[in-house]
Ligand binder design. Structure first.
Ligand code: PEP
Length: 320
């Protein structure tokens, strides 16, 4: 049912041949700009409008660990391993702004304490989910003001586990993306094809459709605070990792979509993470790709040593 809905819209998308046709609410103003120039960021040299993008690594703890004590121990371990060493370990002389941005997404009950444990090391916290209403009779929910008040700077939107297990729709994801931005936080919008869609060779169509629906009405100015995570669903938690060149090709395609929906400046400035079984032994190859700006890490973020190694990936210029 869901697949046939996807396919019928996909056919329309292909027929239209234009992603922007699915995003009529997008305002494409000429004002606003990309992120400030950051040395050692990623730049796309082939582009007429080259932008540098600060790397961003994120750890999604999902429904782990089971206790506050274990969450604190993990947070403290990660903060200790990273701390001031985050950039220096790669051998470069980099100022703070050029270091990799690191975000941890703990479960709700642990957010405050994890924030306290990691903030001195320069790590930030985010929320894995929230409900878009601010208050009211919504038993069991947490709101954007609540997560912001405990220090969340980022929010995951559209993670495949939310889409499948909790039946989050693109319309609902769009409401969340809007609310996150209106609340002064930043969404990491997760997109990506299922195994079935991969087998049908419709990865690009699925990503284009998710982008157009989930970013509906988001302005060019707001796009400065949006991070996209390309996460092939078949690679999440499975140990299967998308080949770095294949992943990069999808990232290039995402930028093509953003160019159509907004313009080249937004496409080049937007940071795009890869997610799906990222581990210490594959992160360097992934991060060497010109259009992969960071990783969204699940399983490996639950081990301090692994996550620290992922954050401290070998930058191409250093690894060579
Ligand atoms: C994720 O949770 O977004 C994820 C990519 O998980 P894993 O790294 O375990 O595949």
């Amino acid at each position: 049912m869901k697949l046939s809905f996807t396919l019928s819209l996909t056919s329309l998308l292909l027929a239209a041949g234009d992603v922007a046709a699915f995003a009529p609410g997008i305002i494409s103003s000429s004002s606003g700009g990309g992120r400030s120039s950051i040395s050692n960021g990623k730049s796309q040299q082939s582009s007429a409008l080259s932008a540098e993008r600060q790397p961003i690594m994120a750890g999604n703890w999902k429904l782990n660990p089971p206790t506050e004590a274990e969450a604190l121990a993990l947070a403290t371990d990660v903060a200790t391993r990273l701390g001031d060493e985050t950039c220096a370990i790669n051998g470069d002389e980099m100022d703070e702004a050029s270091c990799t941005e690191v975000v941890i997404f703990p479960p709700f009950p642990f957010i405050s304490k994890v924030r306290d444990a990691v903030q001195e090391a320069g790590l930030i916290v985010g929320a894995q989910n929230f409900y878009y209403q601010d208050s009211g009779a919504y038993t069991g929910s947490v709101s954007a003001p609540m997560i912001k008040s405990v220090g969340c700077e980022y929010v995951l939107c559209g993670h495949s586990e939310r889409r499948t297990v909790f039946t989050d729709t693109d319309q609902g994801i769009n409401l969340k993306v809007k609310k996150v931005l209106e609340s002064g936080m930043k969404p990491i919008l997760c997109i990506g094809e299922t195994q079935e869609e991969f087998d049908m060779d419709i990865t690009k169509e699925v990503c284009a459709m998710q982008l157009s629906k989930d970013l509906f009405g988001i302005t060019k100015e707001q796009m400065k605070d949006v991070v996209i995570a390309y996460e092939p669903v078949w690679a999440i938690g499975t140990g299967l990792v998308c080949g770095s060149k294949d992943a990069n090709n999808v990232h290039v395609f995402v930028r093509e979509c953003l160019t159509k929906m907004y313009d080249e400046e937004v496409a080049q400035a937007t940071r795009i993470q890869y997610g799906g079984s990222v581990k210490p032994d594959n992160v360097d190859e992934l991060m060497a790709m010109p259009d992969i700006d960071g990783c969204l890490v699940g399983g490996a973020s639950l081990d301090g040593e692994s996550f620290a190694r992922i954050v401290n990936y070998k930058r191409a210029s250093v690894a060579a």
